[in-house]
Design a binder for this molecule. Structure first.
Ligand code: GRG
Length: 296
């Protein structure tokens, strides 16, 4: 059994080829838009969400070709959110994944269309390819990603975020914002990976979903800590932006020590949620460790 790093590297490497194949080719018209889509998705990022889908897929012995599609759909939504978030009308950033943001490298209109097109492609993939032997279950998967990405999920969380600049949020308000903005898609990645394989019972699905909820929130708490402590070169994106933009974060609300403690508690809750699953959940446990202990 390979160690976690070997497992993750192998999946990241293989998944890069999957994305290269699924994205429109750069010589297909309109070439500039397709080049910008590939620029925004390929060769970048930790691929945490796809890895969560692969790990959940392993838990239910899913066909990897099916999980690839589900993981790609989630990663395309994630990439679209980053492209739009970096635009001047939102976070206005110039650096992402160690390179100029999409609107800087191309232009604002192209960045807008890149996000739109990546989102459409994500749903096209989920509808185009067989992901489950049960078509009703597959339709549920499409709905799951739609809800996680939309106004009751990631986009809604982003709206709350944009409205919270310069404001004092309570801890429950901050938590709700991040459960939507960051957590919804991470949670969806776990669920979609699991939906590609043998059906789990309701109790098991709920435990898996609780795992996704805990790691999704832990991811954001750690992100807040890293934004306040790590440097731009390590993160591949502009560090210290939260403080600069006067955004409420776990660090501004709780301080670094308490934020780290909160991440540790969420880590423990996430692992507890998997306690009934045995050895097949090994990669999910390791991903929870990675999400909380990461340095970038
Ligand atoms: C524009 C609809 C819309 C939503 C934007 C995800 C998001 C919502 C904004 C990105 C900005 C941000 C800091 C979000 C918090 C979530 C987060 C830490 C995203 C970065 O995810 P990583 O670290 O990125 O997984 P990589 O580059 O590794 O894929």
């Amino acid at each position: 059994m390979p160690d976690f790093q070997t497992w993750a590297n192998a999946h990241q490497h293989r998944f890069e080829d999957v994305l290269r194949r699924l994205l429109p080719q750069p010589d297909t018209l309109p070439q500039r838009l397709h080049a910008a889509m590939r620029y925004s998705v390929l060769e970048g990022g930790k691929r945490v969400r796809p890895l969560l889908a692969f790990a959940a897929g392993e838990l239910v012995d899913a066909d990897i070709a099916r999980v690839d599609i589900a993981a790609a759909a989630v990663e395309l939504i994630h990439a679209y959110s980053l492209v739009h978030d970096d635009m001047p009308c939102m976070d206005n950033d110039v650096l992402r994944r160690g390179k100029p943001t999409c609107h800087v490298e191309y232009d604002e209109a192209t960045a807008l269309l890149v996000g739109d097109s990546l989102q459409s492609l994500a749903f096209q993939l989920l509808a185009d390819q067989q992901l489950s032997d049960n078509p009703v279950r597959q339709l549920e998967m499409v709905k799951l990603l739609a809800v996680a990405s939309g106004s009751r999920g990631m986009a809604g969380g982003q709206a709350i975020d944009l409205g919270s600049v310069g404001k004092q949020l309570s801890l429950p308000e901050l938590e709700s914002m991040h459960i939507h903005k960051t957590g919804a898609l991470i949670r969806a990645a776990v669920q979609l990976g699991a939906q590609c394989g043998a059906a789990l019972g309701e109790a098991q699905l709920n435990r898996l979903d609780h795992f996704g909820k805990c790691v999704g929130l832990a991811f954001q708490v750690v992100d807040d800590v890293l934004d306040s402590e790590a440097d731009t070169a390590t993160l591949g994106k502009t560090a210290g932006k939260d403080a600069e933009q006067d955004k409420p974060t776990y660090v501004t609300l709780l301080g670094v020590q308490a934020a780290r403690k909160m991440a540790a508690e969420l880590h423990r809750d996430a692992l507890d949620a998997l306690s009934g699953f045995g050895a097949d959940a090994r990669r999910l446990r390791e991903l929870a460790d990675f999400i909380v202990l990461r340095k970038f």
